[in-house]
Design a protein around this ligand. Structure first.
Ligand code: ADP
Ligand code: MG
Length: 322
């Protein structure tokens, strides 16, 4: 480590620690945290590369927000409570205003969820951000993708497709105020962290929708050895998305855009019929919209049914890296 790296870490990545389970934070060779005996540690990591995962012109704030939020979304998908993160960042140069903006936004999201940045790595190269997020859950109280059962109802939180429309609005340079909310959903996803921590009381099975519903529900179903029958008319689409399809897509919903483009960071979860009303109440408590979109079946296939009762299939199944 040279002096300038040390300065960067001290100035931009050393935040006040508010957690009493952090024994040792940024500054030593490793961090040390205490995990209570009745808890399990839940760990995830995601990398964000400039030009691959976000356009090069994306602001430092949006990169900070999203790189953290997508990791928190993975923790939410497990029903875990976020506790600590590490940050491995590769920077092309030391740009103080970029670093300050990144640092401020990163810290704002950390503070919102009472999460501590406990370590990381700082290197020089093409801009890349890797966050590792660690959370806690009660033993055996966790959401997994392999726990769906036949006849469970399939639910999703929020709206699907806004991020895909936001990306399209950016690349088509659409100057349309209504679509700002979609661009915002692309750059500032809201991981369903709080709701998910309560959901573990009623559900055993969830996944977060990062690559589109078709792909992610597909992962959940294959892990659970089930199929599903999804009713397209129940897929939640925002007023802004409806506006987009009305004005820019001949008033026809582009289902492949809504279901296969990803970046929604909503949760898809399954529920036994007995728990439905409790979870509907829970969503109300969290001021979160949830929609029942179908049912788990023993068919082994994911089938989408349109308003004319015709089964549709989607060829593009989510974002693939290779
Ligand atoms: P080492 O050479 O022992 O790996 P580093 O020079 O990489 O140490 O880092 C020094 C300290 O700063 C370590 O505690 C490390 O976890 C922390 N650190 C480095 N980069 C970051 C970062 N981007 N965010 C938070 N902590 C960091
Ligand atoms: Mg290091």
């Amino acid at each position: 480590m040279n002096n300038s790296e040390f300065d960067v870490i001290k100035k931009y990545f050393t935040f006040p620690n508010t957690r009493d389970d952090v024994t040792l934070t940024v500054g030593d060779d490793c961090a040390i945290v205490a995990v209570a005996e009745n808890k399990q540690l839940v760990i995830t990591t995601d990398t964000f590369i400039s030009g691959v995962h976000f356009p090069e012109e994306t602001s430092a704030e949006d990169i900070a927000f999203k790189s953290l939020m997508v990791n928190l979304s993975d923790l939410a998908a497990m029903g875990a409570k976020p506790a600590w993160v590490t940050l491995a960042i590769t920077l092309p140069d030391i740009n103080e205003s970029w670093l300050q903006a990144f640092s401020n936004q990163f810290y704002a999201v950390l503070s919102k969820f009472n999460v501590s940045l406990i370590g990381g790595d700082t290197t020089k190269g093409a801009l890349s951000i890797t966050v590792q997020a660690m959370g806690l859950c009660e033993k055996d109280k966790v959401l997994r993708r392999d726990q769906a059962e036949v006849k469970d109802k399939v639910f999703v939180t929020g709206w699907l497709g806004d991020a895909a429309i936001g990306l399209q609005a950016i690349s088509d340079k659409l100057e349309d105020e209504v679509l700002i909310s979609c661009i915002n959903r692309l750059n500032r996803p809201e991981a369903r962290v709080m709701f998910a921590q309560d959901l573990v009381q009623y559900s055993k099975c969830a996944i977060d929708i990062s690559d589109g519903l078709v792909a992610d529900l597909g992962h959940l179903l294959s892990a659970s050895h089930c199929g599903a029958r999804i009713d397209l008319s129940t897929i939640p689409i925002s007023p802004a998305a409806r506006h987009y399809f009305e004005i820019y897509h001949n008033n026809i919903v582009d289902w492949s855009m809504v279901l296969t483009h990803g970046d929604d960071y909503e949760l898809c979860f399954t529920l036994d019929h007995d728990n439905e009303s409790a979870v509907i109440e829970l969503a109300e408590k969290h001021d979160l919209q949830i929609s029942c979109i179908g049912e788990v079946t023993d068919s082994g296939e994911q089938v989408f049914i349109d308003e004319n009762n015709v089964a549709l299939s989607f060829s593009a199944s989510g974002f693939k890296h290779f």
